[in-house]
Write a protein that binds this ligand. Sequence first.
Ligand code: HEM
Length: 428
Amino acid sequence: MTNSLHRFGRYADVQAALADPHLVPPPAESGPPGSMAWLRGTVARFSAGETHARRRALVESDLARLDPAALRAATESGPDGDARLLVVRTLAEGLGLPDPDAVAKAITVVAGVYFGGEDADADTAVAWLLHQMLGSQQSEALLELAANRIGLLVQACDTTAGLVDNARRVADACPATHPTEAVLAETLRHDPPVRAMRRVAVRDTRIAGTEIAEGDVVILDIAVANRDPQVFADAETFDPERSGPPPLTFGSRPRLCPGRDHALALAAGILDGAPTNHTPDPAEAVSVMVEHVLALAATWTAWDGRPFPADDRIYTPHKAIRRVADHLVDHLAELEARLAGEEPQPDHWPASAITTKADLAPFTPADLDEARSRLARLSRIWVNRLNALTPEQLDHSPGPGWTFRKLALHLSGPVYYADAIGDLGGPT
Ligand code: HEM
């Protein structure tokens, strides 16, 4: 018998599913110590029952050593730039880990495949992190402690930076100014950085009258539940002054995010940090965009075949990858033409206005691997190309149209296609 996939988006149903002990995060198969598989197999996040409780206690004792107010002060005075690096570096420093900057870089690599997929660089990063934390001492207990410390940093990385990005975007669009805490609280509801969670049934159970058989997969649509009109008045409106029940973005007991106070403090510090004269690095913007898309795509093999509507269009995993890749190719062709003194080719792309049969195809692990190879190469081509340009070429670019700096920053736009699908597998 094949297993079914269920999807819930009503607040009460998602809450009931989160509280159901028969629905657990999909367990991860372990591997040799120091590998990505070992990390997944040893952290609280993918464990259940007593093992989960023991590992969660390890995380909680690490978190108890980190004072949210001190974290906030550290990110507030921290350097501008990639929020993920700042978040992880601040936590690593607070935990007393040597070389927090290198730890932060390694964690961003691990975060890209935390929810699935193979990646040699991530295996190397996990092995390095483990060595950094333990040296040659490797008892079972110490290995479990180190894995959960790495897990804590990975869990914090993309989620907290995603919250900062989303809060900045909505705050920019919001006519009035509000306290940072209120903006963050409403961003967690309105534009959650974790959009879905996945569970698997370890026993037959029932949610909202739906029978769920052992082995069935359940997707909990947090972004939809947070806008449930039964629970939130005027749910589509961003209103930092709203009161009412909490959004489900930090999950729920028994797995309620243990780092929520830390996340809010880190994010508030970054948002309130002294503005600098930082000019965004266009090469970094492109590579961050591609990493973000690939981190989401890693969860799309769980897609059930139903397209996602966004505005007046529909999106699917293949369509999102097609659009991200074509957008990179399109503007690269424009940039190269202008550098060569040619007219860029006229724009005849139907782009996302069409949905092809290929767009509707299932998104398999092989498709994910192909997308990784394709987008990673396109990203490198862009980074190398931009880094080879002189400041003059970047800001006073030849030919008609935007400067090359602006063009590259505009490339972050396709995140939209990927965000329309979101995270189908679980929170980071
Ligand atoms: C806005 C930022 C964050 C969001 C939205 C978020 C969300 C979540 C959610 C929804 C879960 C539960 C997963 C599940 O039920 O399947 C979770 C677990 C977890 N989070 Fe967070 N998190 C954030 C930041 C952080 C930070 C900053 C830390 C650490 C400093 C952290 C550490 C953890 C850990 C260790 C777990 C696993 C707990 C367990 O398995 O019992 N998170 N997070």
